[in-house]
Design a protein around this ligand. Sequence first.
Ligand SMILES: [Zn+2]
Length: 98
Amino acid sequence: MVHKTDAVVSSKPVCKLAPGELRRVPTDRSRGLIGYHVACPACGFVNIALPDAEGLRVDEATTTFSERIGCLRCHAQLRIDHGAFFWEEGQRVRRRSV
Ligand SMILES: [Zn+2]
């Protein structure tokens, strides 16, 4: 199931980001983009997205990320498109006893 919420760009400190908020690094837009902190809308974990790593491109004018981000904690798949977050819960890994 795909969920949708607003992707809000915030300048709050990283530890204060709410689920679904993004923080530009650096927050000063006159300086070149290094990356974004992305607070997972599913679990609130703050992931780091670095453009140019793994082919990621970010259109800052429209808040659009070219690639999905996998949350490191809950494994949700996060897509950011024109200021909206679309996300799916991660697949739980089932372990079978051998
Ligand atoms: Zn998560």
